[in-house]
Ligand binder design. Structure first.
Ligand SMILES: C[S@@+](CC[C@H](N)C(=O)[O-])C[C@H]1O[C@@H](n2cnc3c(N)ncnc32)[C@H](O)[C@@H]1O
Length: 493
């Protein structure tokens, strides 16, 4: 068993120095994949001995062995890799202990060029209650769906090792990070220093309590949203009834958003009628007074939900069965027919007009960075509000991302073509081929009316509206001389 870091320790000076030493070695996502291959980030503890045998004799390889694979390293080898000062800094952070060899106590991963220390590899059921997990699939989900305009104040609620606070700190003046787990906050403070960020402020407390009455321009939250009877791990089980934690997160996020501010929240919601799976999420967003985008990612019946979240027990069929029974009984007693997990994106309205709401299912495996898309989608929806057919026909629009059109028509699509967003939410839209063909004429210079086949005007306008609402098309702006000014979206770069 790998011993874990003994908090409280917080030596930001040492962490800052260590960060510089790691960057010098090219300890980054690309650097690690360069040594271990593209699957490096799926590494579990059991893969470490195999990866070890892939490592060359380089300084970066020594760092990867110690901090990524969590394997001890001889002191002289570590001194060569980090330098005397770097190794000293590493010891002072508490991420390693040095005796006859250098022994890891934390794991450092890299998301792009962001360094993230957390507890070591998960040991599933043996993880302590205050275990601080690394960048997980849900961390990635929230990361890619978070809109990232330049903002003043950001807050990440349930920050864990602080990844969303660190990412927000790169495009905000101040990023506040909150958690109930002091070990998580200790990691967050060290991670801020590791990345040379001095605008991350950690605050201890439950959900939005540490925020008092403050408002923020950006709110992120991946708090423990799993609907279950469990209370075992702080990172997974928040101890609220059914989906009440999620309801509270949506309500409180709306309350703490500044005018025009965005929230990206990972939550889950139950349904008592499987034909109305999103009823509760819709009610939460409507009550929030914010424009909303609901993005369901997984939905499951109680048995699938219970089995999926307890997969780590499957090697012990008796225990697995007993836990699955406990979960399904809990959901059954509450009349739950489906459980959905996904994201709710909010934008605070300040004008008292009726909020807009859209629901689009997304596939986790296909999702790519969607910040620009999300910003443009909210902006387009505002512009489309109340827009009449004639106005839309007079508009000039252009793709905001690569779109692919599959005109070949398998029978199952009723002769429809498929329009696919190649980036961001990677959504698919079915449409008559004649409407899809108009897309190649949307160059930002031609008015829609001239670009579309009049016999398919209604279907084409429906498609164009959908693509605008999804942030896949943008309205083109023109300067006085009639030249395209092109980019109108806030997300434009
Ligand atoms: C699923 S982890 C997510 C960590 C991190 N935000 C990420 O996306 O990688 C949930 C985090 O919420 C924290 N947490 C649990 N209950 C909380 C509460 N009532 N208030 C604030 N944070 C809480 C846990 O300690 C844990 O760090």
């Amino acid at each position: 068993m790998i011993p874990r870091v003994d908090f409280p320790i917080a030596d930001p000076t040492a962490a800052k120095k260590l960060g510089a030493a790691l960057r010098k070695l090219d300890y980054s996502e690309d650097g690690i994949c360069g040594l271990l291959g593209d699957e490096a980030f799926e590494t579990g503890q059991r893969d470490a001995p195999v990866h070890l045998r892939r490592l060359p004799a380089t300084k970066l390889a020594t760092a990867v062995r110690l901090l990524f694979l969590q394997l001890p390293v001889p002191v002289d080898e570590a001194t060569q890799a980090f330098g005397k000062g770097g190794l000293d800094a590493l010891e002072r952070t508490g991420f390693v202990t040095i005796d006859r060899e250098v022994v890891p106590r934390s794991r450092i991963t890299a998301i792009g060029d962001v360094l993230l220390a957390s507890d070591g590899f998960s040991r599933d059921v043996d993880d302590p209650a205050d275990y601080v997990a690394t960048y997980t699939p849900t961390s990635r989900l929230l990361d890619v769906l978070t809109p990232r305009p330049r903002v003043g104040r950001a807050i990440d609620v349930g920050t864990g090792p602080g990844i969303h606070a660190l990412l927000a700190a790169r495009h905000s003046d101040v990023a506040v990070a909150t958690d109930v787990n002091p070990r998580a906050l200790a990691y967050t403070a060290l991670n801020a220093a590791l990345n040379g960020l001095d605008n991350v402020e950690v605050r201890h407390g439950s959900l939005f309590e540490p925020a008092g009455d403050e408002t923020f321009d950006l709110i992120t939250c991946n708090a423990p949203f799993v609907v279950s009877p469990e209370r075992r791990w702080t990172y997974r089980d928040a101890g609220y009834e059914a989906d009440e934690l999620s309801a509270l997160v949506v309500r409180e996020a709306a309350r703490h958003l500044a005018d025009g501010g965005f929230a990206a929240l990972l939550v889950s919601w139950v349904a008592h009628d499987e034909d109305e799976p999103d009823e509760r999420a819709v009610a939460w967003v409507e009550a929030s007074g914010c424009d909303g985008w609901i993005l369901p990612v997984f939905d499951a019946d109680p048995l699938e939900h219970a089995a999926g979240w307890n997969d780590h027990l499957a090697t012990d069929p008796d225990e697995f069965g007993a836990v699955v029974d406990a979960w399904t009984q809990y959901l059954g007693e509450r009349g739950v027919e489906r459980v959905t997990e996904g994201a709710i994106l909010l934008r605070k309205r300040s004008d008292g007009r009726k909020p807009e709401l859209r629901i689009d299912e997304v596939e986790e495996d296909e999702l790519g960075p969607a910040s620009d898309q999300v910003l443009l989608a909210f902006e387009n929806r505002e512009r489309l509000r109340g827009m009449k057919r004639k106005e839309l026909l007079a508009a000039r629009v252009a793709p905001a991302m690569p779109l692919s059109v599959e005109l070949a028509v398998p029978a199952r699509r009723n002769g429809h073509a498929l329009v696919h967003l190649e980036e961001g939410t990677c959504s698919d839209l079915e449409t008559p081929p004649e409407a899809a063909r108009a897309l190649e004429r949307l160059d930002g210079a031609t008015e829609l009316e001239a670009a579309i086949d009049p016999a398919f005007e209604r279907q084409t306008l429906t498609l164009v509206r959908e693509l605008l609402e999804l942030g896949a098309l943008r309205f083109a702006t023109w300067d006085r001389a009639g030249r395209p000014g092109g980019r109108s979206g806030r997300g434009a770069s």
